[in-house]
Design a protein around this ligand. Structure first.
Ligand SMILES: Cc1cc2nc3c(=O)[nH]c(=O)nc-3n(C[C@H](O)[C@H](O)[C@H](O)COP(=O)(O)OP(=O)(O)OC[C@H]3O[C@@H](n4cnc5c(N)ncnc54)[C@H](O)[C@@H]3O)c2cc1C
Length: 350
């Protein structure tokens, strides 16, 4: 079968990889308007896999989809690392949630919601002694926290690099770069390609906006910093009435600080205001961040439908997968796994 996947972002990449792993005999063309090193939304992302903390601030369904993805990542990432002789860190140390003394009312509200939604073995209140044992540097400013042990953070740069390598290794997968595809039909033909396809998957994220109803982009800005004086080993979320913030740790004292959430499709560079908000909230977490070096300030657009939920649309040979919003890493494995399962008669393919 010949398959075209338009968009080699997060969803397109995972789809190409999993289709190829789960079924032999596909000839896959993975097509993107940029080259393989372009830093699009999927690479700007903090790549946290946070089924519980995200469910509390979004919708309940987030938890079920996210837990399944978390388990799939645990299985899939070591397989990909072994196949490509690479190392893809999946930090599974969980998430700590804190708030400053003046924001304890918001912290309490968050905890009430969490208590109602999250099972007791997935979240616990921790005191200063436990916080000291988990993240000693956080006790400089915080004497209690919530701890969600079953959440993680993926090194998405390493994931993309390993996938590039995987695609190069597979004779039946062509990664076609710098090729923009705009007119998608449902009959398996693609402008510029002689042969037709059995399936065309539209995974263009924001690039598909002109073809989708009730679709919008939500701008997100992050800072990447190098903070040699800071040692925080797991994801941290700061509850704040105006500037909620998270830190997603990477290797060697590098941290991703995110993220703004602005209803806009403007992908121009990070504004002074957003930069100040992110960095001052960061500084309030630990003083060691004051000497951090700002490596990058980056912008990504989250592809989003009006209900903030992902959507798969089937139209003859054209299948559109979009609306991953702020949950690309949290939802994509489940969505792709279930999609392939559906396409192949509900066999259990995990
Ligand atoms: C600041 C920020 C932080 C985030 N943090 C997290 C997080 O911690 N956890 C989480 O789960 N999610 C997070 N996300 C969300 C996640 O990044 C997105 O949900 C995900 O990237 C969407 O994947 P996608 O493949 O649909 O789109 P993309 O990753 O944007 O990929 C779309 C691809 O299609 C290509 N394309 C577009 N138009 C065309 C065309 N006409 N022809 C050919 N190619 C085309 C693009 O070049 C791109 O490569 C974050 C997002 C942002 C912005």
């Amino acid at each position: 079968m010949r398959v075209a996947i338009i968009g080699a972002g997060l969803v397109g990449r995972i789809l190409a990889w999993r289709l190829n792993e789960l079924r032999q005999g596909f000839k896959i063309s993975l097509i993107d308007q940029h080259d393989r090193n372009f830093v699009g939304t999927g690479l700007v992302a903090a790549a946290m896999v946070s089924p519980f903390t995200e469910a509390i601030s979004t919708e309940a369904v987030t938890q079920a989809l996210g837990v399944k993805s978390y388990l799939l990542w645990r299985k899939w990432l070591p397989e990909l690392a072994a196949q490509t002789a690479s190392s893809i860190t999946f930090n599974q140390k969980g998430t700590i949630v804190v708030a400053h003394p003046q924001d304890q009312a918001d912290f309490k509200r968050f905890k009430i919601k969490a208590d109602a939604m999250i099972a007791a073995d997935k979240m616990r209140s921790i005191n200063q002694a436990t916080l000291e044992a988990l993240e000693p540097q956080l006790t400089e400013n915080f004497n209690h926290a919530l701890y969600f042990s079953n959440e993680g953070v993926i090194d998405n740069q390493a994931l993309y690099t390993a996938l590039n390598q995987y695609f190069d290794q597979q004779e039946n997968i062509s990664l076609i770069e710098n090729t923009k595809i705009d007119q998608l039909t449902n009959d398996g033909t693609l402008k510029g390609f002689d042969q037709s396809f059995d399936w065309v998957f539209d995974c263009r994220g924001n690039g598909a906006s002109a073809d989708l109803k009730d679709f919008r982009s939500v701008r997100g800005e992050i800072a990447r910093v190098y903070a040699p004086e800071v040692t925080i080993s797991r994801a941290v979320r700061l509850i704040h009435p105006r500037y909620p913030l998270y830190i997603a740790p990477r290797q060697n004292h590098e941290y991703i600080i995110g993220a703004t959430q602005i209803e806009s499709d403007n992908d121009k560079p990070v504004t002074v205001r957003s930069g100040l908000e992110l960095l001052s909230a960061l500084y309030s977490l630990h003083q060691g961040f004051s000497e951090a070096q700002i490596l990058q300030l980056q912008v990504g657009l989250r592809p989003t439908f009006s209900n903030n939920q992902p959507r798969i649309e089937y139209d003859n040979k054209l299948i559109r997968i979009n609306g991953l919003y702020r949950h690309g890493y949290l939802f994509t494995p489940t969505i792709i796994n279930d999609l392939i399962d559906t396409l192949f008669n509900n066999e259990n393919l995990t």
